[in-house]
Design a protein around this ligand. Structure first.
Ligand SMILES: [Zn+2]
Length: 117
């Protein structure tokens, strides 16, 4: 689950829930729009969304390329319960009320961030 500020905008104030896959295993069909932006990490990220309903579908790091798996928004999967969350990232950006499962690891920032602390 990602608590970066961009994900909070996307998820209406909460974290996004993402399932990670190797990019080569991902196919997406349909009317998909894309946005490229600099993420909180400093990396360049492409976000894919449905042009019909606006739902966020994926996020992938384009620069540096090939460094991270693609992040599929769990709610868009045919089986959104495919995998339970197993970590929180960007917890420094989370609001004080953010619910955290104490059994899961928390990371103050994201893995592979171009911007270091
Ligand atoms: Zn995020």
């Amino acid at each position: 689950m990602c608590w970066c500020r961009d994900c909070q905008y996307i998820a209406s104030g909460s974290a996004t829930v993402n399932v990670l896959f190797p990019e080569a295993a991902f196919r997406c069909a349909g009317d998909i729009g894309t946005l490229r932006m600099t993420a909180d990490s400093g990396n360049t990220v492409e976000r894919g969304f449905c042009r019909q309903c606006g739902s966020q579908i994926y996020s992938r790091t384009t620069e540096p390329a090939g460094t991270q798996p693609i992040r599929i928004r769990a709610g868009t999967l045919d089986n959104p319960g495919l995998r339970a969350p197993d970590a929180y990232i960007w917890t420094d950006s989370a609001p004080a009320w953010a619910p955290f499962d104490p059994a899961l690891p928390r990371y103050r920032r994201g893995p592979g961030s171009a911007r270091k602390e």
